[in-house]
Design a protein around this ligand. Structure first.
Ligand code: MBD
Ligand code: FE
Length: 309
């Protein structure tokens, strides 16, 4: 028996009252959003005949999600963060903005204020016994002109798939650096080859993914914010070719143009040139930025981030 009341005048008035639409105070945007959320919520409850047990289970789920600080992880896993990218891509297409390295999601694990250096950096603290990685490339504009003084803000996981700051066992800013490109627009860094990420198996995000019959794994990847004066800020990642989850990312971040070839080498002459011994890996990847005269486009979107003032 599907009983509905949301269409009645009294129910609609009730939702308007609960959203503050009948008073003068508050914020009109907040009222409009909450009114829509309440209307859609009661529609879901009525359409899908949500039981009180299911409703309170969902309320408790939100508490768990917050307590575990996993809201940012869940929106990535449900594809909503990727959906925002698709929407921004469509907006760009409509506005005639094209070219350059594609955007892809930031994810929930950025930490602001990583050490800044010129041209090159070592990202790892030497603790992780992973394969040494040398990555380098150029930041350019859409005409192919190198951009000197661009900032390459890079972060990635260790061989356990965990990120410093969120994994308190790692040193401060491990695997996180900001590198300013040199006169030829070049950056280069030494690090270790990251492993893919997996959602905490005992957390609320994985609990929900289990209900959907989905895994919570990401391929090995490296995150970047790329910025330069008079150019559009770029939030992106590279995904390492050959990873089992390359085209099965639970956060849907992989894009064809962002698949980076990684070359492993045992050539000890070349290792010595790099100042290391043993097996090492190399990645070359260039980033291309669209030019922009709009200051709001030149910076990353506002979002609550760790250590960001
Ligand atoms: C990550 O490392 C990540 O990049 C995303 C999007 C979600 C969870 C962990
Ligand atoms: Fe990540």
């Amino acid at each position: 028996m599907n009983v509905r009341i949301s269409h009645t005048a009294s129910a609609q008035k009730f939702l308007e009252d609960a959203s503050g639409l009948l008073n003068e105070g508050g914020n009109p945007r907040a009222k409009a959003l909450i009114y829509r959320i309440l209307r859609d919520s009661v529609n879901i409850i009525e359409d899908l005949e949500v039981t009180p047990q299911e409703f309170w289970k969902a309320v408790n789920y939100l508490n768990e999600l917050g307590a575990r600080q996993e809201a940012g992880l869940l929106v990535a896993g449900l594809g909503l963060e990727h959906y925002l990218d698709l929407l921004m891509d469509a907006e760009d297409a409509q506005a005639g903005k094209s070219g350059g390295t594609p955007r892809t999601i930031e994810g929930p694990l950025y930490v602001a204020g990583a050490p800044l250096s010129n041209g090159e950096a070592r990202l790892d603290d030497g603790v992780d016994p992973g394969v040494v990685l040398f990555m380098q490339g150029q930041v350019k504009n859409t005409d192919g002109k190198p951009l000197a003084g661009a900032v390459v803000d890079v972060w990635h996981a260790n061989t356990g798939g965990t990120y410093s700051y969120f994994d308190a066992s790692q040193s401060e800013f491990n695997l996180r650096r900001r590198i300013v490109t040199d006169a030829e627009g070049r950056y280069r860094f030494r690090s270790i080859v990251p492993s893919g990420y997996g959602c905490p198996p005992d957390g609320p995000t994985q609990q929900l993914l289990d209900q959907l019959g989905r895994h919570g794994q990401r391929p090995a990847h490296i995150h970047f914010f790329i910025s330069a004066d008079d150019h559009r800020h770029l939030t992106t990642q590279i995904n390492l070719d050959g990873d089992k989850y390359l085209h099965d990312d639970f956060a849907y971040a992989t894009r064809d143009e962002l698949i980076a070839k990684i070359t492993f080498s045992d050539d000890q002459r070349r290792a010595r040139e790099h100042g290391v011994s043993g097996r090492f890996a190399e990645i070359e990847f260039d980033f291309t930025l669209q030019s922009s005269a709009q200051p709001d486009e030149q910076h990353r979107n506002e979002r609550v981030r760790a250590l960001e003032s």
